[in-house]
Design a protein around this ligand. Sequence first.
Ligand code: ADP
Ligand code: ASP
Ligand code: MG
Length: 815
Amino acid sequence: MKVLKFGGTSVGSAESILNLKRIVERQEQQVIVVVSALGGITDKLIATSRLAMHGDERYKDEFTDIVHRHHDMIDSVFTDLEQCRILKTDINKLAEELRSIYYGLFLIKDLSPKTLAAIVSYGERMSSRITAAIMKDAQWFDSREFIKTELKHGKNTLDSELTAKLVKDAFMANDNKTISSKVCVVPGFISTDKNTGETTNLGRGGSDYTAAIIAAALDAETLEIWTDVNGFMTADPRVIPTAYTIAELSYVEAMELCNFGAKVIYPPTIYPVCVKNIPIIVKNTFNPENPGTIIKNKVTNDSKPIKGISSIGGTTLITVTGLSMVGVIGVNRRIFTALADHGISVFMVSQASSENSTSIGVRDEDADEAVKVLDSEFVKEIETGAMFPMHAESGLATIAIVGENMKHTPGIAGKLFGTLGRSGISVIACAQGASETNISFVVSSKYLRKSLNVLHDSFFLSEYKVLNLFICGIGTVGGNLIEQIRAQYDELMRTRRLKLNVVGISSSSKALFSRDGIDLSTYRKALADAQPSDMRRLVNEITGMNIFNSVFVDCTASEEVAGIYKTLLEHNVSVVAANKIAASGDYESYRKLKDTALRRGVKFLFETNVGAGLPIIGTIGDLCSSGDKILKIEAVLSGTLNFIFNEIAADVPFSETVRRAKEQGYSEPDPRIDLSGKDVVRKLVILAREAGYKVEQDDVEKHLFIPNELLKGSLNDFWKALPSLDNEFERKREIIERENKRWRFVAKMDMGKTSVSLEAVPVGHPFYGLEGSNNIVLLTTERYREYPMQIQGYGAGAGVTAAGVFANIMSIANI
Ligand code: ADP
Ligand code: ASP
Ligand code: MG
């Protein structure tokens, strides 16, 4: 004999109840089917009670809805009209009783726990009637006749002995065999008080418990819990989309997970079947072929130290503290006795070995009462100052990681707290029992989701590593980057097991966010329709999302955007910047950003600030961290200037080359930004700093080739005045041509001393043959002294810059 329990979702729709029928009819042996109310009905019964109690006439509509749900279900499942009529008459009888209770409630306006218990019982009473009718020759039982409770500490508690006896009486024939009906249908959840006979229940989610009680009393072969997911999963699948089904769990593991909020099984369910060694199988009504999860005594082929993660929100931590507690025996006994006497359950305890404080975790709804009880228990000690009044902290959540193999595996706690620390989550209290099957800890509620995600990722997965990206700026670089990510997405999933999830995109005026990822093929349209945005909203959304493994990618040149890096890094968001402003701004701010990143365990990367996609900054970093010292840097870092000085010729005057650079997109729209050397100065400062020297932009010696006056005034004036320089350039050009030299705008750093200047380099110099808008960098180091290291290639262009940003992102993924 087996007991099969079907939850609310398994009797929520015509489709699901027909699945239930097929599953039950397939069984070879006798089955007892325990059913919940139709999905959502218990909630609705309670909500309707509240309306009636407040004298709100709308309760009538809600009540009518409830009856219609049942009628509709009957109409869509039964084809035999006569059967429909009989069943509806049955349901209507119950509905009429319910209507009278609601009306009484409406008149009296007082909702006692007893009345509420009577009201909610109709959910299971009606659903079980329908379920029994759908099966051929099924026998219906009223569980209130054999599930018996008594009031203890103000709570209805099962009388297990009496119940076991009554269950046997109900289902066993005289010959000590179960009764002959092949299918017995029983409403879950409901019970009666053993003294008064009044209807009670086993608590929300209690149908699981009903099924376990019956299975244990009748020594069933198995208890099957049929629900709407493929079994017991590594975490709540509604919070962790990558959670997967656990094939086997031990009773202890299941109990630990359920006690900490794994809603899939009501916690008291495990114990009765565990005592009788009856396996529990959790299966999906909507996917019966899936093997689901088996919960039993001994688990085979189990190598994972952690089996699952679960959590409960609404936690309050009460701290009992005082200097007189040290070494005093009996304080803890008094704490727990006082709380137990008031029916308050404690689900976590943490005491430091110094013994001067004990923290206990209770549910928010019990917190006020618990503080009152403890303050009064220790009133004398508080008066004398030996102990402090109770301190309660709410707004917390408790998380547990569970697995029996933990005890054979060192380093689990290290991994747990390391993972949380790297994600910027601080642990407020923690506890691990000596049995080592559970480590529980308390965090601020706002970190609950993030904690679950990072831990799940670190302990179970990951099938995929997920990196969450916020991309700011959709101009040429940002647009190219998004295109490259879109093109590489599948390949990275397949070959690197990396999922690049773009969770935010912003332009200068709008921003779009989606925790599940933005569709990159349609983002421009979505962004156009998105809400306006400014820096404050950007920061609030990003930090508010509190998402793990996240990277802010700045593809703008905006000072405002650079201004938010520090806050983001403080919130454990890595920053990848194509924007040079932060790394080349004042040295103190640059240092602060680097230090913040280091302290928070995240990255601040800006490889494309110099030489676009060329690996210059990364190489300098690698050399320095491996113990080399950068002595000298000589470089051509402006693609624009290189283009201009490569173009200049007898028949192409200087002013014309500038015009061409502008027209062909090699220069900034205002070419003075390039001609003034400002851009090169910034790049040089960044390289010098990364090489370990403290340099400001003002420290760079600047030998410019354009008179200062030309750099002031309007852009129009500039274009007008530019040809006035042509003669002088041509004169100098002829000279260097005769000497067989070429102009290069060279940036130099020599042991921290920096300069930029236009130089004429001879044939044979590494800079001489530099083509087009290419960049080149020579690094002279202690190890590369005689022959400097050379890095050369495209130093500008949206495609290579975006690729450089992409490479930085990949280095954060660290796969
Ligand atoms: P039923 O109506 O069948 O009793 P419940 O809603 O009580 O269903 O429980 C099933 C739900 O529990 C799932 O839909 C899932 O969202 C949630 N859940 C939470 N934690 C877990 C977990 N660790 N494994 C599976 N489901 C979980
Ligand atoms: N119907 C009850 C509830 O919703 C019991 C159950 O479904 O297990 O809590
Ligand atoms: Mg349930």
